[in-house]
Design a protein around this ligand. Structure first.
Ligand code: FCA
Length: 354
């Protein structure tokens, strides 16, 4: 009889002791102040403490061959160097690669990743995997979408509509300056409407141009299958075939690659710097064009900032992991119009060139 009552009592005592010890431990680590994050030193992430050198952050991009993304990586590397964490740069050209790379990041012990997804509809699958592994996520450039709505995921992108309007205004101003006859002119809009940030940019440009009084029926959309130079070129060539009556073209798109593809297609059909006004969004791709000995139809670009999208997102992620500082939910970055004459100077001033 006696022994039967004594065993549960003992078990209860031991259990109480264990839970008191555990509570004590938790209390200890919760009281730890957040140490400033410095290379090699232990930093607190609530619990347990994480050394900067134990931090691994992934940076996945949908088009690693595009200069914009190479620059994001370059500035993310600078951030990794400054703080002493490991940066894992990965191409994420399709859904399969994205998911496989998140698995790989998990095996590397990564605590979080930044991603420009190849398809915004992958958002829910990406977040499910991140949750499974306890990883933090920041979406960059292209915002995740679930059932037609933006997801509530930390995001840094460009102020797409505003910058699109800037692009349209720059093209329209140059058209007015050149005194081109409206009835000889057309606007070629290389579109990628399934991506919100792309549609907002080109819609912004079209709105500004039509609001300025340019006839709607002279604005032509060319849908690209892929947001790169060949994709835009293909779309534009078929548009040009359909409209041989147009003698002068304005060209806009979601990025420099879209406009460059349009300009190359127009050149193939005999247009040149005197009959094309191309205005893009980007900077690095435009600069290579501006650096050519002779001007081309690529007239200007809206310079956006890969330092912010690469360095700052990485810094936000690092501080989130090590100090528990949650980044702002949405960060939208701005642009500035530059031309052949000003692009290199402004990029240098902004620290975007080596
Ligand atoms: C998108 C585009 C890139 C760049 C970025 C800010 O992801 O594909 O070219 O414009 O947004």
């Amino acid at each position: 009889m006696r022994s039967r009552t004594r065993i549960p009592l003992l078990v209860g005592l031991v259990a109480a002791l264990i839970s008191a010890t555990l509570a004590g431990c938790k209390g200890e680590s919760q009281r730890e102040p957040a140490a400033p994050a410095e290379a090699g030193k232990a930093v607190s992430s609530g619990s347990p403490a994480v050394k900067a050198s134990d931090v691994t952050i992934g940076f996945l991009v949908k088009q690693p061959e595009e200069p914009w993304f190479q620059n994001e990586w370059k500035f993310a590397d600078e951030c990794a160097k400054k703080y002493g964490f490991k940066l894992s740069k990965m191409g994420a050209e399709n859904g399969e690669k994205v998911l496989a790379n998140i698995d790989a990041l998990h095996s590397q012990g990564a605590q979080g990743f930044i991603i420009c997804t190849p398809d915004v509809k992958l958002g829910p699958a990406i977040m499910a995997k991140a949750k499974q592994y306890g990883m933090k996520v920041i979406a960059v450039d292209d915002q995740f979408v679930d059932k037609g709505k933006f997801m509530d995921v930390h995001y840094m992108g460009i102020a797409a509509r505003k910058i699109g309007e800037m692009m349209g205004q720059a093209a329209y101003d140059e058209f007015k300056k050149r005194n081109w006859p409206v009835d000889e002119t057309g606007v070629c809009v290389v579109t990628f409407d399934t991506l919100d940030t792309a549609r907002e940019r080109t819609d912004g440009a079209v709105d500004v141009i039509t609001n300025a009084g340019f006839p709607k029926e002279r604005i032509f959309r060319a849908a690209e299958q892929k947001t790169d130079v060949p994709g835009a070129m293909e779309a534009t060539l078929s548009l040009l075939t359909q409209h041989p009556e147009i003698k002068r073209w304005l060209a806009v798109s979601m990025n420099d690659e879209g406009v460059l593809g349009a300009v190359r297609a127009m050149e193939q059909r005999g247009f040149n710097k005197d009959t094309i006004i191309g205005v893009g969004i980007g900077g690095t791709t435009a600069l290579a064009e501006f650096d050519k000995p002779e001007p081309t139809g690529f007239f200007a670009t809206c310079l956006i900032n890969p330092y912010r999208h690469g360095f700052e997102t990485s810094e936000m992620m690092f501080k989130w992991i090590t100090e528990g500082i949650e980044p702002p939910k949405t960060t939208l970055t701005e642009a500035q119009v530059v031309t052949r004459d000003t692009c290199r100077k402004v990029m240098t001033e902004q620290g975007l060139l080596d």
